[in-house]
Design a binder for this molecule. Structure first.
Ligand code: PEP
Ligand code: MG
Length: 593
């Protein structure tokens, strides 16, 4: 986060995780801010009374969560409500409650203090986890702890009924359940000190389309309830008590943004065809089944990437074949989707079921991840494959293997796939006739042998998020080197070119499903490369379609040819930005690059 004074007002920079510009009154939201007192238990009678208090608080917390889930249940598309199940699971987890009980009985402290000690213990454990996603899950445990504490101290449940209109919620952190509640209360936006792009809160904010900025670090100590606030979820800015001229300029900016968005939405249902008649397929990237409706509404023609590892996260045991099947059945062949690309799960390293017995790895990004993990833990892989193959009879299905780095890995994955398929056929299980098998090109070695891989698969999908991290040697989760993360690096562009050419020479289509595909600045470059499919975060689709429909292949190839001559990424970026801003002012007048 950075902050600064701009004409008398305080400007804070965080991470914009859900787009939109809003102005309103701050509401400082504290989930639990009571002081917790410690007192020692001196008599056995006190120990049993504290134990009883704890059990009552656990029961009440669970009841409250079940009610919350029921109240939110009618909201379709406002997922992942499964997070409430996770909270209930934590409440019922014997290791968690057992540790609190142990504190009461052995350390002889009151129930509140015992809960606090357990939360501290978990916090310390989670701080050591390298994986950003899993580390962030401590927020779920804390959320549950705070609910228990509130029942113990008799503090009222946080009800936001005093909220006026036009409120922007400011908090240290928010749970997805809080966030879903805000939608019911029609808050304008929210801003938090904590959080990152992968937090559940960010995912829910996008799904319910409320502008949000996270990672503001000190916001709650700088803002008071009823302060005027402008929140810009597009670029991650929050302005406290803006003077009139800034308010005016933001009103203009907001109008422009809304106009641009409305204008872009008109493109959602149109095909992505260039003026000289070249069509690109537009796929949606999803993490949760519940996102499908909005993906279709924003213009997804198919699903280009279903990150199935989200079926595994936040649970203690791997999902069953039926659970997998139920997910795939809700995507494959449904109205509005012409194809569904199911990526086999990309887990491993320390990104495995929350409580599993995984060994910690020094470099999890280079470790036992994705296909490597699947080939090692074949039974888990087979369960998923069985479910995909069974669901494939309902519509056009593509299976995508992540992180392939050699031909042996591909052959082995395909061998297992064929074996599972043959078993299903032998048992008379109905299956799809024509499943396409593809690989993600996201490791530099796969780029270099793309010509060989292309002969053994039906399609490629380029994962630029990983490819860039591996090609430029930048840890994608290390904020100290993010400045080096550059999709327009000439090395990256050359790699992309090589992959598309290798795929086309072998007669197979080439897709891109990394974030690069959903960034308007790169659209002409990607067109010029000749990608057959671009798959992206659904909110990005209308704008990308708009650009494609306004462009020609001829100019895209020319721009690409020109920038491929440069040695410097900075020069390429400057040139591409100048070109795009000139050609598509309606899109780029709001962006700075
Ligand atoms: C990628 O690496 O570009 C990709 C799409 O996969 P993920 O972001 O899930 O690693
Ligand atoms: Mg990847």
């Amino acid at each position: 986060m950075t902050s600064g004074e701009e004409k008398g007002s305080l400007v804070l920079k965080g991470i914009g995780v859900s787009p939109g510009i809003v102005r309103g009154k701050a509401f400082l939201y504290n989930r639990f801010d009571s002081q917790i007192d410690l007192y020692k238990l001196t008599e056995p009678r006190q120990i049993s009374s504290e134990t009883k208090r704890l059990k009552t608080a656990l029961r009440k917390s669970e009841k409250e969560l079940r009610e919350l889930k029921k109240n939110l249940g009618h909201l379709s598309g406002v997922e992942p409500l499964y997070i409430i199940d996770v909270y209930i699971m934590i409440l019922r987890d014997k290791a968690f409650s057992g540790n609190v009980l142990q504190n009461i009985q052995e350390k002889q402290v009151n129930a509140e203090w015992a809960v606090n000690m357990t939360l501290d213990r978990y916090r310390k454990m989670f701080e050591k986890v390298e994986d950003e996603y899993i580390r962030g899950r401590i927020a779920d445990i804390q959320y549950v702890g705070q609910r228990i504490l509130r029942h113990l101290t008799g503090e009222k449940t946080e009800i936001l009924k005093d909220l006026g209109k036009d409120v922007i919620i400011v908090a240290r952190d928010l749970s997805p359940a809080d966030t879903a509640q805000f939608m019911i209360d029609k808050v304008l936006g929210f801003a938090t000190d904590m959080g990152g792009k992968t937090s559940h809160t960010a995912i829910v904010a996008q799904a319910i389309e409320i502008p949000a900025v996270v990672g503001l670090e000190t916001l709650t100590s700088l803002v008071k309830t009823d302060d005027d606030i402008i929140l810009d979820g597009n670029n991650g800015t929050v302005i406290i008590n803006p003077p009139q001229e800034i308010q005016n300029s933001y009103e203009d900016k907001k109008r422009l943004y809304l106009d641009a968005r409305m204008a872009a939405l008109q493109y959602a249902k149109l095909p992505a065809v260039t003026k000289d008649n070249h069509q690109v397929n537009i796929g949606g990237n999803i993490e949760f089944i519940e996102e499908i409706a909005s993906a279709v509404a924003y213009g997804a023609e198919g699903i280009g990437l279903y990150r199935t590892e989200f079926i595994y996260i936040n649970r203690t045991a791997p999902p069953s074949e039926e659970e997998h099947f139920n997910c795939y059945r809700r995507i494959i062949g449904i109205d509005g989707l012409s194809w569904s690309t199911i990526r086999t799960f990309d887990l491993g390293g320390d990104k495995i079921f929350t409580q599993q017995r995984q060994e910690r790895e020094a470099n999890p990004q280079l470790g036992l991840r994705a296909i490597r993990f699947c080939l090692r833990e074949q039974e888990i892989f087979r369960v998923q494959l069985r479910a995909i193959i069974r669901a494939s009879r309902f519509g056009k299905t593509k299976v995508l293997f992540p992180m392939i780095s050699s031909i042996e890995e591909l052959r082995e994955a395909k061998r297992i796939y064929q074996e599972v398929r043959a078993e299903l056929m032998a048992s008379g299980t109905p299956i799809g006739e024509d499943v396409k098998i593809g690989v993600m090109i996201e490791v530099p070695s796969a780029v270099i042998i793309a010509d060989k891989l292309a002969r053994e698969v039906d399609f490629f999908s380029i994962g630029t998020n990983d490819l860039i991290q591996y090609a430029l040697a930048i840890d994608r989760v290390n904020e100290k080197v993010t400045y080096l993360y550059e999709p327009l690096h000439p090395a990256v562009l050359r790699m992309l070119k090589q992959v598309v050419e290798a795929g086309h020479r072998a007669g197979i289509p080439v897709a891109m499903c990394g974030e690069m595909a959903g960034e308007p600045l790169y659209t002409l470059i990607l067109l010029g490369l000749g990608l057959d499919e671009m798959s992206m975060n659904p909110l990005a689709m209308p704008q990308i379609k708009r650009i494609i429909r306004g462009a020609t292949m001829k100019e895209s190839r020319r721009l690409l040819r020109e920038v491929l001559n440069y040695a410097s990424a900075e020069e390429i970026r400057g040139q591409v930005f100048a070109y795009m801003k000139d050609r598509f002012p309606e899109v780029f007048s709001l962006n700075t690059h």
